[in-house]
Write a protein that binds this ligand. Structure first.
Ligand code: ATP
Ligand code: MG
Length: 331
């Protein structure tokens, strides 16, 4: 039985990219592995959040985790800030990291760019990866199912773990990334060379899991393509259509070759209509379950129990780390 850990930020509404790239995968682990799924609200505050919205987004995200099919009797679902070990180990991992390696992270470079110069770039954007390393390492994680954009963060997690283990003694297992072959990076519908993100200001670029059917149809119809009106997979030359094909492929379990055959001689209009229909069919049952969970007290009970369970495992790792580092008086 392997240990699985993954987190999603309550930094907005969950996108189709989050779902297809990471969350859809989560349910496949729950029957055979020890799974920890976290709502990483302390990562979300690396950029300013409105307090009431953050509180709401965190709870909504928990409901969505359940709505996609995670069973709280099988997985540990919890909110990061409710398990204090995350920030405690996060600080320790920050002290092991260097400014140079943190500045090389592409997520930092992308997000910092939106804030202008050093006086307005939140420092938390830079120190995000050591906190993420702590999230993962606390549970002695084997696999981290995430989108391709997190590859660099998993690599630095391994580097920091190794650095600790060789400097102070074995405390951490080295985790490995798990990504999907197709769909590890779903692109923006409006700028298909840019990753789809829930914090994108242009909502047309992003179908959300909770979008109404008409909104999904509108967003897909307006998605950027090219003028060739021929459907084939070419990530470089036909970024827009290839991205839509990747989405279609993940939703219908058809390969891109099959999709090409299916749409031979047909235009973008029909393909987009079919794709929108497929997305709507996928999101409908998720949305139904979501609205049941989000209005129930059961959700809060699950989160409270999840935090207690996570804390037990996290404390064991942190105690060992603090002892090895000389931070605690006793083992
Ligand atoms: P933000 O813009 O606030 O960073 P995000 O959409 O990138 O939001 P995260 O909470 O940072 O979402 O990431 C949650 C999970 O979704 C991670 O596993 C991440 O790798 C994955 N993910 C995010 N965007 C995509 C995408 N475009 N394609 C595939 N997976 C993605
Ligand atoms: Mg992100």
């Amino acid at each position: 039985m392997a240990v699985i850990f993954s987190g999603v930020q309550p930094s907005g509404t969950i996108t189709l990219g989050n779902y297809l790239g990471a969350m859809k995968n989560f349910t496949s682990y729950q029957n055979e592995h020890e799974c920890y799924f976290c709502i990483v609200n302390q990562h979300a505050i690396t950029v300013p959040q409105e307090p009431e919205q953050l509180r709401k987004n965190s709870r909504n995200l928990a409901a969505l985790y359940l709505a996609i099919g995670l069973d709280p009797d099988k997985v540990t679902l919890f909110i990061q800030s409710e398990v204090a070990e995350h920030t405690k180990l996060g600080w320790i991992m920050t002290t092991l990291a260097t400014i140079g390696e943190l500045e090389r992270m592409t997520q930092y470079k992308d997000k910092a760019q939106r804030h202008g110069n050093g006086d307005s770039i939140p420092a938390g954007l830079l120190t995000y990866p050591p906190l993420m390393a702590a999230d993962i390492l606390l549970y002695q994680t084997d696999y981290v199912p995430v989108g391709d954009d997190q590859r660099q963060h998993i690599e630095i997690t391994r580097d920091l773990a190794q650095r600790f283990n060789s400097r102070y003694g074995e405390a951490f297992k080295l985790p490995a990334i798990h990504t999907r072959e197709v769909g590890a990076r779903i692109m923006s519908l409006q700028e298909p060379k840019k990753k789809m993100s829930k914090s994108d200001a242009n909502s047309l670029a992003t179908p959300y899991l909770l979008d109404e059917p008409e909104t999904i149809l509108k967003k897909i119809k307006r998605a950027q393509t090219d003028s060739e009106n021929k459907i084939y997979y070419d990530r470089e030359g036909k970024a827009g259509i290839s991205n839509l094909m990747a989405i279609y492929s993940l939703i219908t379990d058809k390969s891109t070759d099959e999709i090409e055959q299916l749409y031979e001689g047909k235009g973008y209009g029909q393909f987009k209509n079919d794709l929108a229909e497929a997305i709507i069919e996928t999101t409908r049952p998720i949305q139904k379950r979501y609205y049941e969970f989000v209005h129930s007290d059961y959700l809060d009970q699950i989160l409270t129990a999840g935090a207690a369970k996570a804390a037990r495992k996290a404390a064991a790792t942190l105690n060992k780390v603090e002892y090895l580092m000389g931070l605690s008086r006793n083992c």
